[in-house]
Design a protein around this ligand. Structure first.
Ligand SMILES: [Zn+2]
Length: 177
């Protein structure tokens, strides 16, 4: 099996995305996986209307390591021109919009952060505090997006005064049975 086919399968990439090259950089202990998108009919990622290809933007994402080698995905991501939304970068299947990490890497990072301190997680994963924070924020947003509104069987409403004078705070809590 060729290395491009191996990474194509490891990454689970499907048409129109395909791995076109794998380069090992010994000095930096890095493997770079080049990914391309074969031509197809484009749609604006915002409104799903058909759009024309404008150009390509080179983007990089950190993926799960390959053994002791840091693994980076490098892709020429198409940008399309939508009449309503202007020039927009198409969505890639392996990462969220503004993330510089693949979804697999973010999943691992969250698991590590749940088990140890943030500084220890940064050390283990080789990421900065700001990058760890970005990964956490995106995980929180995903969790909130999955939440569904449910009717609460009972609510407690109370009013408490605080400080001096007539300052009151209304406290709404969910009552448990
Ligand atoms: Zn649009």
């Amino acid at each position: 099996m060729q290395d491009t086919q191996l990474y194509q399968q490891i990454l689970g990439l499907e048409h129109p995305w395909r791995v076109t090259g794998v380069v090992m950089k010994r000095e930096s202990r890095t493997i770079e996986v080049a990914v391309e998108c074969a031509g197809q009919v484009w749609a604006c990622p915002e409104c799903r209307q058909r759009a024309h290809l404008h150009d390509y933007e080179t983007r990089r994402w950190r993926h799960l390591d390959s053994c002791q080698f840091k693994t980076i995905l490098v892709a020429e991501v198409p940008r399309v021109k939508c009449e309503e939304h202007g020039t927009v970068t198409v969505k890639v299947p392996w990462a969220e919009k503004h993330s510089r990490f693949t979804a697999y890497f973010e999943r691992l990072a969250i698991d590590v952060m749940l088990e140890c301190s943030i500084s220890a997680a940064c050390e283990l994963l080789g990421i900065s505090w700001a990058e760890a924070d970005g990964i956490k924020q995106r995980a929180v947003r995903r969790g909130q997006a999955r939440k569904q509104a449910t009717a609460m069987p009972r609510l407690c409403v109370d009013e408490k005064s605080f400080g001096r004078g007539h300052d009151y705070m209304t406290i709404v809590t969910r009552a448990t049975d």
